[in-house]
Write a protein that binds this ligand. Structure first.
Ligand code: GLN
Length: 308
C-alpha cells in the first residue's frame, strides 16, 4: 500500500478490503463447533472507531458474527470489577505458549490457569462473574456491560451456537472438571460452562465490536467504564496473551494489544487513539483469523500505529 502524507481511514479501509480479496488464502473455519463450521470463510469486514467516536468501515460490515473468545476481555473487566486483585489467586498473568484449549499445563500447574484468555482461565473468570448467582443474572450483567460499551441494545446471544458448543464441548467440560478437582471452580461445571458458552455465543458486527472496545482506548473523550489503571492492564494482557500461542507472532506483526476469537474476529486497540474490529472467519494455525491478522498488520504499519 502506498503511503499518502496523511493517511485517511475513509480511503485506507476500502483499499485494505480490496487487498484482502486478492487471493483465496482465507484459512479454515473452526470445525469443532458445528454451527461455526457452516460459515463461509471468504468474508472480510473491518471497522475502526477513533477516540472521538468517528467510525469507518469496509467490507462485510453488516453480518453479525460469533464473537467467541473476544468476550473474555469483557468478562475479565467485569471479574476484576467484582473481585479486584483477588482474582489473581485463581488465575495467572503469563502467556501460556499453548493452544487455547490445552489441558496439559493445567495439571502441571495444579489447576491455576496461566492467564484469563486461554479457555481454562476464562472458565475461572466466568465462575468469578457468576459468583453465587443464577447464570442468567451473570449473563444479564455481561450483556449490559457490552451493550453499554457498544452504545446499542441490538447485541444478542445466538442460542444455536451456544447449544452447539455445549453438545460438542467435551474439552471445555474436561477443563472445568479439572479446575473443580483442584478446588478452583466454585460452581458446578455445567453452570459455569453454561454461562461461558452463552457469552462466547454473543454476536456482533465489526462496527458494534469496535464500539464495544472503545472503552479500552483510554482517552479523555471516551466514556469511562473502567479505571484507567485497569484499562492499561487489560491491554497488557491482550498484548501478551490475547492470541494464545500466536501472541508473540501477533505482537511482532501488528504491534497492538488484541484479542481474537474462533469466530474469526479480532479486537485490536491503538492506545489513546482507536479501537479496531476485523472479522474474517478463516483461521490460521493458532486459531486466529488469517486475513484479520494480515489486515491489522498492514493497517498498523500504514497508520504508524504500532505501540513500539
Ligand atoms: N478461541 C476461542 O474463541 C475459543 C472459544 C470457544 N467458545 C471455546 O471454548 O472453545
Amino acid at each position: 500500500m502506498s503511503s499518502p502524507a496523511k493517511p485517511d481511514l475513509a480511503d485506507v479501509l476500502p483499499r485494505l478490503n480490496g487487498m484482502m480479496r486478492e487471493d483465496d488464502l482465507w484459512g479454515d473455519v473452526a470445525g469443532y463447533i458445528p454451527q461455526l463450521a457452516t460459515v463461509d470463510s471468504a468474508q472480510f469486514g473491518i471497522a475502526v472507531v477513533t477516540a472521538d467516536g468517528q467510525c469507518h468501515v469496509a467490507g462485510d460490515t453488516t453480518v453479525p458474527f460469533s464473537v467467541q473468545s473476544i468476550t473474555k476481555v469483557f468478562t475479565l473487566a467485569i471479574a476484576l470489577g467484582r473481585s479486584g486483585d483477588q482474582l489473581w489467586h485463581r488465575v495467572g498473568r503469563e502467556p501460556s505458549g499453548r493452544a487455547f484449549n490445552s489441558i496439559v499445563q493445567l495439571e502441571q500447574e495444579q489447576g491455576r490457569p496461566r492467564n484469563p484468555f486461554i479457555n481454562a482461565g476464562a472458565i475461572v473468570t466466568t465462575d468469578e462473574v457468576l459468583g453465587n448467582r443464577e447464570p442468567r443474572e451473570a449473563l444479564a450483567e455481561i450483556m449490559r456491560f457490552v451493550r453499554e460499551a457498544a452504545g446499542t441494545d441490538d447485541i444478542h446471544i445466538n442460542e444455536a451456537v451456544a447449544a452447539s458448543e455445549t453438545d460438542f464441548g467435551h474439552r471445555n467440560f474436561a477443563l472445568a472438571h479439572f479446575l473443580k478437582s483442584y478446588g478452583n471452580l466454585n460452581n458446578a461445571p455445567e453452570l459455569t460452562l453454561g454461562t461461558y458458552f452463552h457469552h462466547c455465543a454473543m454476536e456482533m458486527t465489526v462496527q458494534q465490536l469496535a464500539m464495544a472496545g472503545r472503552f479500552l482506548i483510554e482517552a479523555p473523550e471516551v466514556p469511562r467504564l473502567v479505571a484507567p489503571s485497569r484499562i492499561r492492564r487489560l491491554n497488557a494482557l491482550m498484548l501478551t496473551c490475547g492470541h494464545y500461542d500466536g501472541s508473540g507472532d501477533f505482537a511482532y506483526r501488528v504491534g497492538l494489544p488484541g484479542k481474537s476469537g474462533v469466530g474469526g474476529g479480532i479486537l485490536a486497540i491503538v492506545p489513546g487513539r482507536a479501537s479496531i474490529a476485523v472479522w474474517s472467519p478463516g483461521l490460521n494455525r493458532y486459531g486466529n483469523s488469517q486475513k484479520g491478522t494480515e489486515a491489522l498488520a498492514l493497517l498498523a504499519r500504514h497508520m504508524d500505529w504500532s505501540i513500539f
